[in-house]
Design a protein around this ligand. Structure first.
Ligand code: XLS
Ligand code: NI
Ligand code: NI
Length: 439
């Protein structure tokens, strides 16, 4: 397969057609050049297509194998298959007109018999990516290393009881970070797929956390050494594949980064499905990361409310997304981050163009929600009532309390002098109705 024979039926890049567009393959809301708050919509949303779900996953589940039968997944010459896969991937990037993509080392290039061979394969595909990117629009949002699929990592990578596994993982990350740097990646991601445990009967939590802290510190040191400017991102997830993951949620990751003195260099990549697995909302995880100064990027997908696992569906839920974008814009936007489609089509979506429909539908859902959020912010629909609710803390007395200018005794004396604060309505249903006006 070469770049000239398209795998997809759709011939031309998807274009904006307006809300009334008839074609099923047109953007109705994603008008990438539209200026919102001084910036193009494309530059606000920074969409990325991920390699692993879209080009590597064969449609298998725990009860059945491959359904997609992708031509580039069948053959004996693994490097030729990787090149054919890259042709299809870059064709999809072009058709979707996305500004970014993401990949794991093993998604892009096959593992060899030794680490040396694997790294050589990765660097060769890195060359190919470099060539393809020279004549394409697409840029690299982030790269990462898969430290969880191979059996050597069954008991963890950085948190493995065997230091040689830690060392092997270091070899993989150095190569993936360097190729990410060479391709101009905006961030580098570490998702601790097997950094957790199945049972405390065989696990020393304290040691494992120290190992993980050391590993992330080594990655940060190397990033500075090679001059990689983007942040390192860790990705919270509470469980799956392990019963308990160390990077459980935003709050847990913040504690980890603070303990190992990593807050200057490491931020968080937050995923919707992981948020709900942790018993939080997506909006909560984003708002908390912003409040703690560790917001980095987004893996945009959605879980199923009825299933307790990481279904990684394409995000189509505009009402949830509108509140998410409201937080993001309010907090200053995505900076080096983006919206990475860590999302997979369903196992029965076996037509090549299902990949296109999935991305187009989700890009449009995000755009529609983003526009609603921008309107809400413009009108101060939620920020107005919020400021009003906390106005007391912006007053003289509130400021003095927070600035440490009031002792407990001084406050007590003021309260004893007849203070009688009156409760005020939280107005939740009013605020919910306000949101609905914008959707
Ligand atoms: C898995 C994670 C993974 C990371 C990249 O649940 O979301 O896809 O984003 O390793
Ligand atoms: Ni993810
Ligand atoms: Ni996930």
């Amino acid at each position: 397969m070469t770049a000239s024979t398209s795998f997809f039926q759709t011939p031309a890049p998807i274009a904006y057609g307006g809300a009334e567009a008839n074609s099923p393959l047109a953007f109705r809301w994603y008008d990438k050049d539209r200026i919102i708050a001084g910036k193009r919509l494309e530059d606000h949303l920074r969409f990325a297509v991920c390699y692993w779900h879209s080009f590597c996953w064969p449609g298998s589940d725990p009860f059945g194998g491959e359904t997609f039968l992708r031509p580039w997944q069948h053959g004996s010459d693994l490097m030729a298959m990787a090149r054919a896969k890259a042709d299809v991937a870059f064709e999809l990037f072009r058709l979707l007109d996305v500004p970014f993509f993401t990949f794991h080392d093993v998604d892009a290039a096959p593992e060899g018999a030794t680490l040396k061979e694997s790294v050589a394969n990765l660097n060769a595909i890195g060359d190919l990516f470099e060539q393809k990117m020279a004549s394409a629009k697409v840029r690299l949002l982030w790269g990462t290393a898969n430290l969880f699929s191979h059996r050597r990592y069954m008991a963890g990578a950085a948190t493995n009881p065997d230091p040689d596994v830690f060392t092997y993982a270091a070899g993989q990350v150095r190569a993936a970070l360097e190729v990410t740097h060479r391709l101009g990646g905006a961030n580098y991601v570490l998702w601790g797929g097997r950094e957790g445990y199945e049972t405390l009967l065989n696990t020393d939590i304290g040691r494992e956390l120290d190992q993980l802290g050391r590993f992330v510190s080594l990655v940060v040191e190397h990033k500075h050494k090679i001059g990689f400017k983007g942040p390192i991102l860790i990705e919270p997830k509470p469980k799956e594949p392990t019963k308990h993951q160390y990077d459980f949620d935003v709050a847990t990751c913040y504690g980890f980064l603070k303990r190992y003195d990593l807050l200057n260099d490491v931020k968080l990549n937050i995923e919707q499905n992981h948020a709900i697995l942790a018993g939080h909302s997506f909006q909560h995880e984003i708002a908390l990361a912003q409040a703690l100064g560790v917001f980095g990027s987004i893996d945009i997908n959605r879980g199923d409310d009825l299933l307790g696992w990481d279904t990684d569906q394409f995000a189509m839920n505009t009402s949830e997304l509108a509140l998410v974008f409201h937080e993001i814009i309010k907090g200053g936007g995505l900076a080096t981050g983006g919206l990475n489609f860590d999302a997979k089509i369903r196992r029965q979506s076996i037509d090549p163009d299902d990949l296109i429909h999935a991305h187009v539908g989700s890009m449009d859902a995000c755009a529609r929600a983003f526009l609603a959020a921008a309107d809400m912010l413009d009108a101060g629909a939620l920020t107005g009532p919020l400021a009003e609710r906390y106005a007391g803390w912006d007053g003289e007395e509130g400021k003095a309390i927070l600035a440490g200018q009031r002792s407990l005794a001084a406050l007590a004396d003021r309260a004893m002098a007849g203070l009688d604060p009156q409760p005020r309505s939280g107005r939740q249903e009013y605020l919910e109705s306000v949101v609905n006006r914008y959707l």
